[in-house]
Design a protein around this ligand. Structure first.
Ligand code: AHM
Ligand code: MG
Length: 334
């Protein structure tokens, strides 16, 4: 069968007027960095890339060596192409300006270089998440405020999953498209056109060890799922939790499900666990493009106007029927 590469896919999208040359280059460059990250992760102990650096990041978490390497690979790959105005990374406190010797383009790139990094040392799938915005003032040097746009303003978003196969999943606003890395040939092959999330599901993902910290609507919802066919839902539900958002969302995009990282008594002071700009918005864009829904409990995630670069939010996303039920349980509390 004739293969379509990521490059051909992007060229055809550009010809159809759905993306411009700079955005095409941006996605190509991110894909190149992703290949380098995939190779590095696959070497593990052989390249001495497991373990911690001993340094804390802006989130107050000790950085893993691979957090730092993935961050550097993405920054270096993207700084010289002329397609970006600036970048922001979950691992870096301030925004990252394009070095003065390179031209500045019109896009802003945001990323979580290595999501789920607590899983690296035990050889479980991790990922990279990215989001693309436009620099609101083309002429001006971007500031933190330039990045504080609601998720509806995203020009593209996607993730790479470093699993048994490395896959890149992408939206530029015309559906969700998946590509699989052919490692030997060195390029991404278009393998999953128009990924969709079924409206209904019988699978959920949540860190159930936090149950005692949850708010009543989430506790009610999960208790009803666990009660199975003897409870009010009248059927059994299955649970999965990888503790790597990319993996849990990828499963949700692949076969349906609901993923929850809700507000709880442990994360309330921070506003939630997951980051709005690096995790929630890019995933919400993908999930909606795949026909699913993404809320913080009450609000559509993509409509939240960010106040801070590293802002956190509760995240509930996936099959629309279940997400709407969780929203209804929250509204019943109001
Ligand atoms: P990270 O960006 O520091 O890796 O944290 C985000 C991760 C998500 O990938 C995952 O959904 C969640 O944290 C797991 O949390 P927990 O350890 O509470 O299960
Ligand atoms: Mg993360």
């Amino acid at each position: 069968m004739r293969r379509v590469s990521l490059s051909q896919f992007l060229i055809e999208e550009q010809r159809a007027g759905r993306l411009d040359a700079d955005l095409r280059l941006l996605v190509e460059v991110v894909a190149r960095a992703v290949k380098a990250i995939a190779v590095t992760i696959s070497k593990g102990k052989l390249w001495d890339v497991h373990g911690e650096t001993g340094v804390e990041n802006v989130q107050g978490e000790v950085q893993k060596k691979l957090d730092v390497i993935a961050n550097e690979l993405l920054l270096q790959a993207n700084e010289w192409g002329g397609h970006l105005a600036a970048m922001a990374s979950e691992e870096v406190e301030e925004i990252c300006q394009i070095p003065f010797e390179y031209p500045r383009g019109g896009y802003l790139l945001l990323f979580d270089p290595l999501d789920g990094s607590s899983n690296i040392d035990v050889n479980i799938s991790v990922g990279t998440i990215f989001s693309v915005l436009r620099n609101p003032d083309r002429e001006a040097i971007p500031t933190e405020a330039s990045f504080l746009q609601p998720g509806t303003a995203q020009a593209a978003s996607g993730y790479a999953i470093y699993g048994p196969a490395t896959q890149l999943v992408l939206t530029t606003g015309n559906g969700v498209h998946g590509f699989t890395l052919d490692r030997e040939f060195g390029y991404f092959v278009y393998t999953h056109p128009f990924m969709t999330i079924p409206y209904q599901t019988s699978e959920f993902a949540i860190n159930a060890s936090n149950m005692r910290f949850w708010e009543p609507p989430v506790r009610r919802y999960i208790e009803e799922l666990i009660a199975g066919k003897d409870g009010p839902r009248g059927r059994d539900f299955n649970m999965r939790w990888v503790a790597s958002m990319v993996s849990d969302v990828h499963r949700t995009l692949s076969r349906g499900g609901i993923f929850l990282y809700p507000l709880d008594a442990k994360n309330r002071a921070q506003g939630g666990k997951l980051r709005l700009l690096y995790e929630a918005n890019p995933m919400a864009f993908l999930v909606e493009q795949a026909g699913g829904a993404a809320i913080d409990g009450r609000r559509r995630i993509l409509e939240i106007v960010p106040q801070r670069l590293h802002q956190r939010v509760p995240v509930i996303l996936g099959s629309t029927e279940e997400v709407e039920r969780v929203r209804a349980y929250h509204e019943a509390e109001d």
